[in-house]
Design a protein around this ligand. Sequence first.
Ligand code: AGP
Length: 609
Amino acid sequence: MCGIFGYIGRRPEAVKLVVDGLKLLDYRGYDSAGYVALSEGKFISVKKVGKVAELEASLSDLLTPSNIAIAHTRWATHGKPTEINAHPHFDDQSSLTVVHNGIIENHDAIREMLQKKGIIFSSETDSEVIPQLIGYYYKGDLLKAVQKAVGKLKGAFAIVLMHKNHPDELICVARECPLAIGIGKEEMFIASDAHAFLTHTKKVIYLHSSEIAVIKRETIEAFDGNAVPITKESEDLDIDVEKISKGHFPHYMLKEIYEQPQSVSNALLSRYSDEYGTAILDELGMTDEELYKIQRIIILGCGTSFHAGLLGGYMLEERARIPVQVEISSEFRYKNPIIQENTLAIAISQSGETADTIAAMRELREKGAKIIGICNVQGSTLAREANASLFLRAGPEIGVASTKAFTSQLILLALITLRFARMRTMSQKEGKDFINALTCLPTQIRSILDHADLIEKIANKYASYENFFFLGRRFMYPTAMEGALKLKEIAYVNANAYPAGEMKHGPIALVDDKCIIVAFCSDSVTYPKILNDLMELKARNGKIIAIAPEGSRELFSIADDIIIIPRTIDELTPLLAALPAQHFAYCVAKKRGTEIDKPRNLAKSVTVG
Ligand code: AGP
């Protein structure tokens, strides 16, 4: 939910390095930003409300030379986005400073205890209890003070801290929130996401599970949650630098929309056999016998990942005839679920850090379910804790609104469906047909993107309307949910998704000539039904935008505007119908002038539950 960046090393431009690093993390939160550097025994700190760009604008040309600095970009949880609440925070002696991502659940009790000891607080945040508590325990041994303080903290957090008396080290702690340490030449980088230091080094160590690290220019001393020294193995990042830049696109979201032919191809790569007409998913780490024994599947996710999960559930039940329960993670984790034997759980999370999905996954694991992760980030909490993970291979998704991750999640769910179906109900020929439909998708996506100008024209026509219904039936209903979410989160427009058949049970009362209906009409089984639905809405002056496959002539007399997409099998149509929905939302947001990559009140990864 917040972005952290730290530097210690040979270069005396620590402030510029940490602010540059922060710019690559600002999708994690942009309510306020700040840094502290240590120079000749003094802290130099600047904190600004707003985006990292505001902080960068405040940097003077003559930056004080420093070899050690920490920085933070905030998504406010406790305390308004003000300068005083911006990180980094200090102890009341201003001897040490901390940047923090996560939530300290027992911050009130700690604050009260310290205030009784005469310690003065300056902010209203939960984070400030961290430097204050460490400062309270500090008697000269910084690591000991950190270990003692962290033992008192409840909640999920990642912390980086710096102390005036220890100018040659940074101390990091990662409990549930991620921290990546980049190993350079006589320099070290610390970041919430590894790609933020990718231009400096590809050698990375991930800190997690309450581990603590003392980081110096050339050494890393790591300890587990019980203060036992541990050895951390480094990995090589497999991300290319150009993947974290916008290139010629005005926004990351547009770049990621246009990356989908490639990202879908990547998700498919070497994961199917033309010869046998089945999916090759050795990454699942499950034998045919184990797969065959699965009697029930539970799918978990939030937001877009939940929508992908719904579609995965439709596919698996339709083609593999396995009962599937799809759950919103934040609800499921409090349900005290009943888990039968031979249950497989699929936890879907682009970031692999969504607190609710991780908590729900842990609940399921405790009850004996096997967990498969579908994730886009190597080394993420979800990827580490699942029994096995299928990676999207989509490259970093920076835009807060998920696009390429969604379509790649659907690819992996389709491959899982194919694997299970071929063991139960699907013939080799049907399997080959399914694979053929999958391999046509990148070209079909490209053909949709080739008509982006038509989508933009329609978006501009309706950009000033305030109320939208997104409707669909069967595979098109979760697709409608995803389309509505895009418009809500980046254009701030009230968009509600409904099963089209549900409208006459109440919501149709809202339909008039100021109400725009985006109808997803690509489900072959329910196509005649949705035509009736739309005629009922047209009769009440609703304005209709239809997204439909080639040849949908009946719609020409019903819809005000039509976006045609290629035909494919019902299971894969959501993947194609999502493209116009994504681009429609992008164009409406552009027309309305909202912050497309960093929409208000949001952050890319919801790491607090
Ligand atoms: C989708 O556009 C949103 N950014 C949001 O709903 C997101 O899908 C949700 O927070 C889940 O994130 P995850 O996939 O990283 O778990």
